[in-house]
Write a protein that binds this ligand. Structure first.
Ligand code: LLP
Length: 421
């Protein structure tokens, strides 16, 4: 993949002129298509698709998914508040968090759903809300992620309650008169579908131990191909055996479990691109490298520096030279604007420190660069304000072809507003 599917060179030039760079651009049609694919996830007795807010918490994106009937997975109380601020009904928000704050009662009273992710969280919830219904996140004992940093299951992972502690869970439930209504697992991002299926079937075994459970939440983690050679998980194939196992359980026991999934990446990754400008082109001599320096970097896109993640890149020549015949191809290393050699856009797969060249016809200062696959964990997960670069603006390319500003570019005043000199 060397091109970014939804932005033509003309559109890229128009957006850069109108909104400036760097700019996150989301495509409404692509967001809708991804949501529809998730809503078709195989299920036997009903499905709730929760968008993992952390992937892209911008209000306009949340509202779009809300209008399509999606619910939401929050990973902190702040995400809960942010979603509520965007107008999402509290009943549609589920909180599964590594850090349950001391004060969480208002949101629970407002109607959000909660999955206790540790025994202590369950105890605290039970003390505050005895006699209510609650969910529990279990660590099913296996995990799988695209990288070690995104694997959140198995003995090396602190996420969820270890599956062997079912008796301790039962004890706390009883102590506070709680009813366990939902079992939740999430084993990683970029999970191997086969391991995901094993984890899902392991959750089903947990369900058998807790007769009150009526909902199984399988988390997210479905793979998305951003560049050639990567593979997107086929949701239908992946979910079918789990649906069948749940149908079988219903035949045996009469229990008709509701399904939940919580994709983040799958819903937004390929619906977003970053539009940047080439602000310098340098080289290190005859036997050295050629570099493209962009006006963005780890301040907008941290995934290459963090995981060695691959994102497709395309150059849009400036209008002056768009009609002149392209010159020869050169292998360019694409770097960001931060003062670190680790601020690399084109690294080798899985190797954040290893430079990798991308071939382009000779690039010039002023050209635009599109970086694809950047809808998930980019604007929400970056080295914000490093080197005091302001947060980039965001636009939504609407289905009618118009671009709408959905987040303004940060100003210097906003960056400094909490400082006390
Ligand atoms: N549910 C829970 C409880 C999660 O912790 C996550 C992601 C998701 C759902 C959504 O997972 P997804 O479908 O997006 O894989 N920053 C990384 C991914 C780590 C996400 C952590 N939790 C990335 O850039 O790929």
């Amino acid at each position: 993949m060397t091109d970014t599917p939804f932005i033509s060179p003309e559109k890229a030039r128009e957006l850069a002129k109108r909104f400036g760079t760097p700019l996150y651009v989301y495509d409404e049609n692509a967001l809708r298509r991804a949501a529809e694919a998730c809503l078709a996830f195989p299920n036997a007795f009903g499905l709730t698709v929760r968008f993992a807010i952390k992937a892209c918490p911008t209000a306009a994106v949340l509202k779009l998914f809300d209008s399509m009937g999606l619910h939401f997975d929050a990973s902190s109380i702040y995400e809960v508040r942010r979603a509520m601020h965007a107008g999402i009904a509290p009943e549609k928000i589920s909180l599964s968090t590594q850090e349950l704050p001391l004060e969480f009662s208002d949101e629970i009273k407002a109607g959000i759903r909660f999955n206790a992710c540790s025994l202590d969280q369950l105890e605290r919830y039970g003390s505050a809300f005895p006699g209510t219904r609650v969910g529990v996140r279990f660590n099913p004992g296996i995990g799988s992620g695209g990288t070690g940093k995104t694997n959140v299951g198995g003995p090396d992972s602190s996420f969820g309650i270890w599956f062997e502690y079912a008796d301790a869970v039962r004890f706390i439930l009883k102590k506070h008169g709680l009813t366990l209504e939902r079992i939740h697992t999430h084993i990683g991002s970029g999970s191997d579908p086969v391991i995901w299926q094993r984890a899902a079937l392991a959750s089903l075994e947990m369900v058998k131990k807790f007769p009150s459970v009526d909902t199984l939440d399988f988390g997210g983690g479905y793979k998305v191909a951003r560049v050639h050679g990567e593979k997107t998980t086929d949701l239908r194939t992946c979910g079918a055996p789990v649906r069948d196992a749940i149908a079988q359980l219903a035949e045996e026991t009469g229990r008709k479990l509701h399904f939940e999934i919580e994709p983040g990446t799958y819903l937004v990754a390929n619906a977003g691109s970053i539009l940047a400008r080439v602000q310098d082109v340098t080289d290190t001599g005859k036997f050295g490298r050629h570099f493209i320096k962009l006006d963005m970097g780890m301040t907008e896109l941290l995934r290459p520096s963090l995981y060695g993640a691959q994102h497709p890149t395309a150059i849009v020549p400036s209008l002056q030279r768009a009609n002149t015949p392209p010159r020869g191809e050169v292998a360019y290393v694409i770097v960001g604007h931060c003062c670190e050699s680790g601020d690399l856009v084109s690294c080798a797969p899985g190797e954040p420190e290893q430079l990798a060249g991308r071939f382009f016809h000779e690039v010039e200062i002023g050209d635009l660069c599109l970086i694809g696959g950047t809808g998930a964990y980019c604007s929400s997960m970056s080295a914000k304000n490093y080197n005091s670069f302001p947060e980039a603006a965001e636009v939504l390319l609407q289905a009618d072809g118009n671009a709408r500003l959905i987040r303004r570019r940060q100003t210097l005043e906003q960056m400094l507003q909490n400082e006390i000199a």
